[in-house]
Design a protein around this ligand. Structure first.
Ligand code: NAG
Ligand code: NAG
Ligand code: NAG
Ligand code: NAG
Ligand code: NAG
Ligand code: NAG
Ligand code: NAG
Ligand code: NAG
Length: 438
């Protein structure tokens, strides 16, 4: 009876603890990760101004995939958008007050999307027209920027009369981002291409948008399974890792997919169309401890796509494991340590090689990517015992994946106590949480 109550309070506290950490939208593996929106007023016009809006994704491993970003805001006064270059407002709204020149958009709260690649040159500016796709900073800083220009009217045309737009919203494509209020900051300085002339914006406004996984989706979107050369047990993803709400309309085999897609009548269904699995996740990451050498050990990683409706372009995989400070070789993926100057140095990102495996194709025979890595053992800490060889955390595309319970990891044979030790370690951890929070 006592024990039950203890377990219950541990559970409650664990839940509170988890929700606290998640609501704070702080990602310990990418503490400075956010998307920054800079609104530079470049020049004044008769009734307003021309602004260059630049979105920079400083997140190391979270990018904005197809179908791209959607940016919204609410005008503080009665502003209109006369014209845009490199993006467009999705709705014109009611412009009936205008008789001769008709604005691009009269919406009080315009919603803007990027143009698609291949628009005529006179509709483009630098860093535009990528269908709203923005790369992650860790993969390629030059692809992590998206810009557009707009001409605003009825806004006031001096730094005393203009007002900052309010309530910025960024969808990218999900609802994970929350944006700060716009702030007046030091005007941006621009240096000409030849470096011989410096100009500056009239005014610059700054907005920061941060990501929260729990806002984006109630359940995880990926899970981890495990196996090893020293134990034939394959530890599957926990059941219903990603919630089982789609269990009734999942697809049992690849050959069924055509008929199901035909029946779906295109956009009516919002639920992702998944291959039926016991975890019901769109993505599974498998970690296989493959080989033991004297001074090294070898891991095979596979990422499998169970989603029939998404090709994951420029996917990223983040792994936390204490031995990543001694990665010797990575096959078929790119690798970049994320905190290389920190003494822990235990986290890194993997991503695909361009034109080879940077797209994780939709569910089916081609819907997976694989890699192997060789790590050098640090003889003081290295062990196969107690699941040490398995990752501490895995993120796919910036979302943390669901992991099996430590006591379910494949164990070294003849370590009958391993299970007991693992569960008591877990209990000790929970007790620590209990003590610090009560
Ligand atoms: C507005 O511009 C004037 C002249 O450029 C400058 O002196 C003043 O500090 C500016 N005010 C604000 C609020 O930026
Ligand atoms: C901005 O959002 C806040 C909170 O959602 C709301 O109270 C406020 O009215 C909004 N302001 C505008 C101008 O829409
Ligand atoms: C904009 O805000 C972010 C975060 O608040 C800050 O790091 C950045 O330096 C600001 N940019 C400017 C130009 O002040
Ligand atoms: C799909 O749409 C067509 C025409 O709009 C309709 O006749 C048909 O019943 C729909 N099928 C399903 C499964 O909803
Ligand atoms: C994914 O890519 C393949 C190959 O380019 C294409 O045939 C397929 O239609 C794409 N699927 C989706 C859901 O976009
Ligand atoms: C961090 O790990 C990387 C990859 O294993 C390694 O190249 C780098 O030297 C390490 N940095 C430090 C400071 O140990
Ligand atoms: C890698 O492992 C070797 C052997 O244990 C060790 O000497 C070296 O310091 C390790 N490198 C790092 C960056 O930890
Ligand atoms: C393999 O690991 C499982 C735990 O996942 C354990 O129950 C089993 O006893 C291990 N097998 C051997 C041969 O030790």
């Amino acid at each position: 009876m006592e024990f039950k109550r203890f377990e219950y309070s541990v559970l409650v506290i664990a839940c509170i603890f988890t929700s606290l950490t998640v609501v704070a939208a702080y990602d310990s593996l990418d503490p400075h990760g956010s998307i920054n929106i800079k609104w530079d007023v470049m020049s004044w016009t008769a009734d307003g101004y021309v602004a260059l809006v630049t979105m920079t994704n400083f997140q190391m491993y979270r990018h904005i995939m197809e179908p791209g970003w959607t940016l919204g805001w609410t005008w503080a006064k009665k502003e209109v958008i006369w014209s845009m270059v490199g993006a467009q407002a999705t709705e014109q709204g009611d412009c009936s007050k205008f008789k001769i020149n008709i604005p691009h958009s009269c919406m009080k709260n315009p919603t803007v999307v990027d143009l698609l690649p291949g628009v005529p040159y006179n509709q483009q500016i630098a860093n535009c027209c990528k269908g709203g796709v923005v790369g992650s900073w860790g993969q390629d800083p030059s692809a992590a920027v998206s810009s557009f220009q707009l001409s605003v009217g009825r806004s006031g045309s001096s730094n005393k009369t203009v007002r900052l737009p309010k309530n910025f919203t960024l969808l990218g494509p999900g609802r994970g981002y929350t944006c700060s209020q716009a702030k007046n900051v030091l005007p941006t300085a621009f240096i000409s291409a030849d470096g011989r002339r410096r100009t500056q914006a009239m005014m610059t406004w700054n907005v920061t948008c941060t990501y929260s996984q729990i806002l984006a989706s109630k359940n995880p979107t990926c899970c981890v399974s495990m196996s090893s050369f020293y134990n034939s047990t394959i530890t599957p993803c926990p059941s219903c890792s990603c919630g089982c709400q789609n269990k009734n309309n999942c697809v049992k085999s690849d050959s069924d997919i055509r008929s199901v897609v035909g029946m779906m009548n295109t956009t009516t269904s919002v639920a992702p169309l998944l291959h039926c699995t016991q975890h019901m996740c769109p993505i599974r990451v498998h970690w296989h401890v493959k080989l033991n050498y004297k001074k090294y050990w070898r891991v095979k990683m596979s990422i499998t796509n169970f989603n029939y409706q998404v090709n994951y372009t420029e996917w990223t995989l983040v792994v936390q494991h204490p031995n990543l400070n001694n990665v010797t070789e990575v096959f078929s993926f790119n690798y970049k340590p994320l905190i290389p100057y920190d003494s822990t140095n235990d986290t890194g990102m993997f991503y695909g090689i361009k034109f080879f495996n940077d797209i994780l194709l939709q569910s089916g025979p081609e819907g997976n990517v694989q890699s192997e890595l060789i790590l050098q053992k640090d003889m003081n800490t290295f062990t196969y015992k107690q699941g040490w060889a398995f990752p501490r955390k895995i993120y796919f595309n910036g979302d943390e994946c669901s992991m099996p319970l430590p006591e379910d990891y494949p164990y070294l044979p003849n370590s009958a106590h391993a299970k007991a030790i693992a569960s008591s370690a877990l209990a000790a951890l929970l007790l620590l949480v209990l003590l610090t929070f009560w």
